[in-house]
Design a protein around this ligand. Sequence first.
Ligand code: ADP
Length: 258
Amino acid sequence: MVSNLQEQMKAQKMNINERMSKIGKKIAIGSGKGGVGKSVVTSLIASYLVKQGKTVGILDLDITGPSIPMMFGIKDKPIAGSSGIMPVVTESGIKVMSMGLLLSNNEDAVIWRGPLISGAVSQFLADIVWEELDYLLFDLPPGTSDVQLTLMQNIKLDGFLVVTSPQTLASTIVKKAIAMAEELNVKVLGAIENMSYATCPDCGSKIRLFGDSKENKMGVPIIGTIPIDPQISKLCDDGKIENYEIDLGGTYKILEGL
Ligand code: ADP
Protein backbone atom coordinates (compact mmCIF):
# COMPACT_ATOMS: atom_id res chain seq x y z
CA MET A 1 0.00 0.00 0.00
CA VAL A 2 2.70 2.45 1.07
CA SER A 3 4.94 1.53 -1.83
CA ASN A 4 1.96 1.91 -4.17
CA LEU A 5 1.41 5.44 -2.90
CA GLN A 6 5.10 6.19 -3.19
CA GLU A 7 5.08 4.93 -6.77
CA GLN A 8 2.11 7.17 -7.58
CA MET A 9 3.81 10.20 -6.06
CA LYS A 10 6.99 9.45 -7.96
CA ALA A 11 5.04 9.17 -11.22
CA GLN A 12 3.27 12.46 -10.48
CA LYS A 13 6.57 14.21 -9.77
CA MET A 14 7.97 12.90 -13.05
CA ASN A 15 4.92 14.18 -14.91
CA ILE A 16 5.29 17.61 -13.30
CA ASN A 17 8.97 17.79 -14.27
CA GLU A 18 8.19 16.71 -17.83
CA ARG A 19 5.38 19.30 -18.26
CA MET A 20 7.38 22.10 -16.67
CA SER A 21 10.48 21.38 -18.75
CA LYS A 22 8.58 22.74 -21.77
CA ILE A 23 7.80 26.07 -20.11
CA GLY A 24 10.17 29.00 -20.55
CA LYS A 25 9.45 31.20 -17.53
CA LYS A 26 7.27 30.34 -14.58
CA ILE A 27 6.02 33.37 -12.66
CA ALA A 28 3.81 33.41 -9.57
CA ILE A 29 1.59 36.40 -8.88
CA GLY A 30 0.50 36.77 -5.29
CA SER A 31 -0.48 39.16 -2.57
CA GLY A 32 -1.09 39.16 1.11
CA LYS A 33 -4.75 40.05 0.89
CA GLY A 34 -7.63 39.16 -1.38
CA GLY A 35 -9.32 41.72 -3.59
CA VAL A 36 -6.21 43.81 -4.31
CA GLY A 37 -6.28 42.82 -7.97
CA LYS A 38 -4.06 39.75 -8.37
CA SER A 39 -6.23 38.24 -11.05
CA VAL A 40 -6.49 41.58 -12.85
CA VAL A 41 -2.69 41.93 -12.83
CA THR A 42 -2.21 38.32 -13.99
CA SER A 43 -4.69 38.89 -16.82
CA LEU A 44 -3.13 42.18 -17.92
CA ILE A 45 0.39 40.76 -17.96
CA ALA A 46 -0.74 37.68 -19.91
CA SER A 47 -2.62 39.88 -22.39
CA TYR A 48 0.44 42.08 -22.91
CA LEU A 49 2.80 39.15 -23.43
CA VAL A 50 0.50 37.41 -25.92
CA LYS A 51 0.24 40.66 -27.91
CA GLN A 52 4.05 40.64 -28.10
CA GLY A 53 3.84 37.25 -29.85
CA LYS A 54 4.68 35.16 -26.79
CA THR A 55 2.92 31.92 -25.93
CA VAL A 56 1.31 32.32 -22.53
CA GLY A 57 -0.65 30.24 -20.05
CA ILE A 58 -2.44 31.14 -16.83
CA LEU A 59 -2.95 28.58 -14.10
CA ASP A 60 -5.54 30.00 -11.72
CA LEU A 61 -4.58 28.49 -8.38
CA ASP A 62 -7.25 30.32 -6.45
CA ILE A 63 -8.96 26.95 -6.02
CA THR A 64 -11.75 28.11 -3.74
CA GLY A 65 -12.35 31.50 -5.37
CA PRO A 66 -11.38 31.33 -9.05
CA SER A 67 -12.08 34.51 -11.03
CA ILE A 68 -9.88 34.18 -14.13
CA PRO A 69 -12.52 32.35 -16.25
CA MET A 70 -15.04 35.15 -15.66
CA MET A 71 -12.56 37.91 -16.52
CA PHE A 72 -11.88 36.29 -19.89
CA GLY A 73 -15.52 35.33 -20.47
CA ILE A 74 -14.59 31.67 -20.89
CA LYS A 75 -17.59 29.46 -21.55
CA ASP A 76 -15.87 26.32 -22.87
CA LYS A 77 -14.99 23.42 -20.62
CA PRO A 78 -11.55 21.79 -20.68
CA ILE A 79 -11.31 18.54 -22.60
CA ALA A 80 -9.57 15.54 -21.07
CA GLY A 81 -7.61 13.27 -23.37
CA SER A 82 -5.19 10.39 -22.96
CA SER A 83 -2.24 12.74 -22.44
CA GLY A 84 -3.98 14.92 -19.85
CA ILE A 85 -6.36 17.88 -19.62
CA MET A 86 -6.27 20.51 -22.36
CA PRO A 87 -6.43 24.12 -21.17
CA VAL A 88 -9.09 26.41 -22.63
CA VAL A 89 -7.84 29.11 -25.01
CA THR A 90 -9.04 32.73 -24.71
CA GLU A 91 -9.91 35.01 -27.63
CA SER A 92 -6.38 36.42 -27.84
CA GLY A 93 -4.76 33.00 -27.46
CA ILE A 94 -3.95 32.68 -23.75
CA LYS A 95 -4.19 29.11 -22.45
CA VAL A 96 -6.16 29.00 -19.20
CA MET A 97 -6.82 26.40 -16.55
CA SER A 98 -8.83 27.04 -13.43
CA MET A 99 -10.90 25.12 -10.92
CA GLY A 100 -13.75 27.37 -12.10
CA LEU A 101 -13.62 25.61 -15.47
CA LEU A 102 -13.94 22.18 -13.92
CA LEU A 103 -17.05 22.90 -11.85
CA SER A 104 -20.30 21.98 -13.52
CA ASN A 105 -21.75 25.25 -12.30
CA ASN A 106 -19.48 28.29 -12.06
CA GLU A 107 -21.25 29.37 -8.88
CA ASP A 108 -20.65 26.05 -7.07
CA ALA A 109 -18.62 26.50 -3.91
CA VAL A 110 -15.40 24.56 -3.42
CA ILE A 111 -15.26 23.85 0.30
CA TRP A 112 -12.06 21.91 0.78
CA ARG A 113 -9.49 21.50 3.48
CA GLY A 114 -5.77 22.00 2.96
CA PRO A 115 -4.71 18.49 1.92
CA LEU A 116 -7.35 18.30 -0.81
CA ILE A 117 -6.35 21.72 -2.09
CA SER A 118 -2.67 20.74 -2.16
CA GLY A 119 -3.63 17.58 -4.03
CA ALA A 120 -5.52 19.63 -6.61
CA VAL A 121 -2.48 21.89 -7.13
CA SER A 122 -0.15 18.91 -7.70
CA GLN A 123 -2.66 17.34 -10.04
CA PHE A 124 -2.98 20.56 -12.04
CA LEU A 125 0.81 20.71 -12.35
CA ALA A 126 1.03 17.08 -13.43
CA ASP A 127 -1.98 16.78 -15.72
CA ILE A 128 -2.46 19.99 -17.71
CA VAL A 129 -1.22 19.75 -21.29
CA TRP A 130 0.35 23.19 -21.79
CA GLU A 131 2.81 22.01 -24.43
CA GLU A 132 5.54 24.58 -25.13
CA LEU A 133 4.96 27.99 -23.54
CA ASP A 134 7.14 31.08 -23.22
CA TYR A 135 5.43 32.06 -19.95
CA LEU A 136 3.22 30.32 -17.44
CA LEU A 137 1.65 32.67 -14.89
CA PHE A 138 0.35 31.26 -11.62
CA ASP A 139 -2.44 33.31 -10.07
CA LEU A 140 -2.14 32.49 -6.36
CA PRO A 141 -4.82 32.73 -3.69
CA PRO A 142 -4.27 35.38 -1.01
CA GLY A 143 -2.02 34.70 1.93
CA THR A 144 0.58 32.06 2.59
CA SER A 145 -1.34 28.83 2.38
CA ASP A 146 -0.94 25.23 1.21
CA VAL A 147 -1.25 26.34 -2.40
CA GLN A 148 1.85 28.54 -2.28
CA LEU A 149 3.79 25.89 -0.43
CA THR A 150 2.80 23.06 -2.77
CA LEU A 151 3.60 25.15 -5.85
CA MET A 152 6.94 26.42 -4.66
CA GLN A 153 8.03 23.01 -3.41
CA ASN A 154 7.03 21.22 -6.60
CA ILE A 155 8.51 23.47 -9.25
CA LYS A 156 11.33 25.95 -9.62
CA LEU A 157 9.70 29.33 -10.18
CA ASP A 158 11.57 32.04 -12.06
CA GLY A 159 10.04 34.82 -10.04
CA PHE A 160 7.34 36.11 -7.76
CA LEU A 161 5.39 39.32 -8.38
CA VAL A 162 3.64 40.91 -5.45
CA VAL A 163 0.39 42.77 -5.99
CA THR A 164 -0.46 45.47 -3.49
CA SER A 165 -2.65 48.49 -3.15
CA PRO A 166 -1.47 51.68 -1.42
CA GLN A 167 -3.36 50.88 1.75
CA THR A 168 -1.97 47.32 2.01
CA LEU A 169 1.62 48.09 1.08
CA ALA A 170 2.92 48.44 4.58
CA SER A 171 0.86 45.64 6.07
CA THR A 172 2.54 42.67 7.67
CA ILE A 173 0.56 40.30 5.48
CA VAL A 174 2.36 41.57 2.36
CA LYS A 175 5.67 41.15 4.10
CA LYS A 176 4.71 37.59 5.02
CA ALA A 177 3.97 36.73 1.38
CA ILE A 178 7.37 38.14 0.41
CA ALA A 179 9.12 36.33 3.26
CA MET A 180 7.57 33.05 2.21
CA ALA A 181 8.84 33.40 -1.36
CA GLU A 182 12.30 34.30 -0.11
CA GLU A 183 12.36 31.40 2.30
CA LEU A 184 11.53 29.01 -0.52
CA ASN A 185 14.29 30.56 -2.67
CA VAL A 186 11.95 32.24 -5.15
CA LYS A 187 13.22 35.54 -6.50
CA VAL A 188 10.89 38.46 -5.70
CA LEU A 189 10.79 40.53 -8.90
CA GLY A 190 8.99 43.53 -7.43
CA ALA A 191 5.58 44.87 -6.51
CA ILE A 192 2.78 46.07 -8.73
CA GLU A 193 0.68 48.68 -7.04
CA ASN A 194 -2.95 48.41 -8.06
CA MET A 195 -5.49 51.17 -7.45
CA SER A 196 -2.58 53.59 -7.14
CA TYR A 197 -4.57 56.61 -8.16
CA ALA A 198 -7.67 57.77 -10.01
CA THR A 199 -7.61 60.18 -12.91
CA CYS A 200 -9.96 63.18 -12.65
CA PRO A 201 -12.32 62.93 -15.66
CA ASP A 202 -12.47 66.74 -15.92
CA CYS A 203 -8.89 67.94 -15.53
CA GLY A 204 -6.91 64.68 -15.97
CA SER A 205 -4.98 65.15 -12.75
CA LYS A 206 -4.04 62.07 -10.71
CA ILE A 207 -5.73 61.77 -7.35
CA ARG A 208 -4.06 59.41 -4.87
CA LEU A 209 -7.18 58.33 -3.01
CA PHE A 210 -5.26 56.18 -0.56
CA GLY A 211 -2.36 58.57 -0.06
CA ASP A 212 1.22 58.05 -1.11
CA SER A 213 2.59 54.56 -1.41
CA LYS A 214 4.69 53.27 1.41
CA GLU A 215 7.23 51.48 -0.73
CA ASN A 216 10.10 51.67 1.68
CA LYS A 217 8.28 49.89 4.44
CA MET A 218 7.74 46.87 2.22
CA GLY A 219 11.36 46.52 1.18
CA VAL A 220 10.49 45.64 -2.42
CA PRO A 221 10.50 48.16 -5.31
CA ILE A 222 7.28 49.09 -7.07
CA ILE A 223 7.86 48.18 -10.70
CA GLY A 224 4.46 49.12 -12.11
CA THR A 225 1.27 50.93 -11.16
CA ILE A 226 -2.38 50.55 -12.20
CA PRO A 227 -4.99 53.26 -11.64
CA ILE A 228 -8.49 52.73 -10.33
CA ASP A 229 -10.33 52.65 -13.61
CA PRO A 230 -14.04 51.84 -14.00
CA GLN A 231 -13.13 50.46 -17.41
CA ILE A 232 -11.15 47.67 -15.70
CA SER A 233 -14.07 46.54 -13.56
CA LYS A 234 -16.42 46.77 -16.54
CA LEU A 235 -14.14 44.66 -18.72
CA CYS A 236 -13.77 42.11 -15.89
CA ASP A 237 -17.55 41.88 -15.56
CA ASP A 238 -18.00 41.61 -19.33
CA GLY A 239 -15.30 38.93 -19.65
CA LYS A 240 -13.19 41.17 -21.89
CA ILE A 241 -10.17 42.00 -19.74
CA GLU A 242 -7.75 41.11 -22.54
CA ASN A 243 -8.91 44.24 -24.40
CA TYR A 244 -7.40 46.52 -21.74
CA GLU A 245 -3.96 47.86 -22.46
CA ILE A 246 -1.70 49.38 -19.88
CA ASP A 247 1.93 50.35 -19.53
CA LEU A 248 3.15 48.52 -16.44
CA GLY A 249 6.39 50.47 -16.17
CA GLY A 250 9.43 48.24 -15.87
CA THR A 251 7.41 45.06 -15.29
CA TYR A 252 7.45 43.78 -18.87
CA LYS A 253 11.13 44.48 -19.26
CA ILE A 254 11.88 42.52 -16.11
CA LEU A 255 9.79 39.59 -17.35
CA GLU A 256 11.35 39.66 -20.79
CA GLY A 257 14.83 39.83 -19.29
CA LEU A 258 14.43 36.73 -17.11
P1 ADP B 1 -7.84 39.42 -6.30
O1 ADP B 1 -7.41 38.47 -7.38
O2 ADP B 1 -6.67 40.09 -5.64
O3 ADP B 1 -8.78 38.83 -5.32
P2 ADP B 1 -9.23 40.65 -8.47
O4 ADP B 1 -8.14 40.83 -9.46
O5 ADP B 1 -10.15 39.49 -8.67
O6 ADP B 1 -8.64 40.60 -7.00
O7 ADP B 1 -10.05 42.00 -8.43
C1 ADP B 1 -11.34 42.06 -7.84
C2 ADP B 1 -12.22 43.01 -8.60
O8 ADP B 1 -11.79 44.34 -8.34
C3 ADP B 1 -12.15 42.85 -10.12
O9 ADP B 1 -13.13 41.96 -10.59
C4 ADP B 1 -12.39 44.24 -10.63
O10 ADP B 1 -13.78 44.45 -10.83
C5 ADP B 1 -11.95 45.14 -9.48
N1 ADP B 1 -10.67 45.83 -9.76
C6 ADP B 1 -9.42 45.35 -9.53
N2 ADP B 1 -8.50 46.28 -9.87
C7 ADP B 1 -9.18 47.36 -10.33
C8 ADP B 1 -8.77 48.65 -10.84
N3 ADP B 1 -7.51 49.00 -10.93
N4 ADP B 1 -9.76 49.50 -11.21
C9 ADP B 1 -11.06 49.14 -11.11
N5 ADP B 1 -11.50 47.96 -10.64
C10 ADP B 1 -10.57 47.08 -10.25
